[in-house]
Design a binder for this molecule. Structure first.
Ligand SMILES: [Zn+2]
Length: 223
């Protein structure tokens, strides 16, 4: 009896130890596989797409800030607010792509860019429309398609998200060209860059479900 009562806990301890070693080995193999996956071509290409996306968003954010300054000079404050909101949306896109690149051990350096605006606000709206249309024509679905072909569905999902946000840029610029401006201002989701006219703001961002109380406001009042 005494033999059985002293040996049972020993068996149990040995069993638990074996289980722990086996579990640790399985976790180690899993981590190693995940790290290895990050080193293969699809992650490398994914990092390239993300860094390209960050750099393009950075350049465009600087451009939109310059257009906003020119709109203020031209006495068009509502258009200035739209351009400032567009610049903020681009900065959010830059941050999202740079962060995702970093998760895959990519390194992103913002490009140095100098923008000198010589054209009046109406021309800057047209230039912005051309840029947004070209970007959607070239990249709408294409960046996501490239990422899927490279086997990186994570990057593909991110690109689809950004395409949706860029489509809002185009819609709001088309309205501005037609003289429809949100006099009360615009709001930008800080987590995905989605934009709103203040009077048509959703309670939650439909893309990422961020509460509208967290949106960045570009308006002529603080409420
Ligand atoms: Zn959002």
């Amino acid at each position: 009896m005494s033999y059985q009562t002293t040996m049972k806990p020993v068996y149990a301890t040995v069993f638990i130890l074996i289980l722990l070693v086996a579990t640790s080995a399985a976790v180690a193999v899993n981590i190693d596989e995940r790290l290895h996956r990050r080193d293969d071509g699809r992650w490398k290409r994914g990092i390239e797409y993300l860094n390209e996306c960050s750099a393009a968003a950075h350049v465009q954010s600087v451009r939109y800030e310059s257009y906003a300054a020119r709109a203020r000079e031209d006495g068009r404050p509502a258009t200035a607010r739209l351009f400032s909101a567009l610049a903020q949306s681009e900065r959010v896109h830059e941050r999202i792509c740079a962060h995702a690149s970093g998760l895959f051990n990519g390194e992103y350096e913002p490009p140095t860019v100098m923008v000198k605006v010589k054209t009046p606000t109406s021309a800057n709206i047209e230039k912005s429309l051309s840029y947004e249309r070209r970007r959607l024509d070239v990249s709408a679905g294409m960046a996501a398609k490239r990422a899927i072909e490279a086997g990186n569905r994570y990057v593909a999902r991110l690109m689809i998200w950004l395409d949706g946000s860029n489509r809002r840029h185009l819609e709001l610029l088309e309205r501005a060209r037609d003289g429809i401006l949100a006099e009360e201002g615009y709001e930008v989701c800080p987590n995905c860059g989605n934009m709103y006219e203040r009077r048509n703001c959703d309670v939650y961002c439909p893309f990422c479900l961020t509460n509208s109380t967290e949106f960045t406001v570009f308006g002529n009042r603080d409420d």
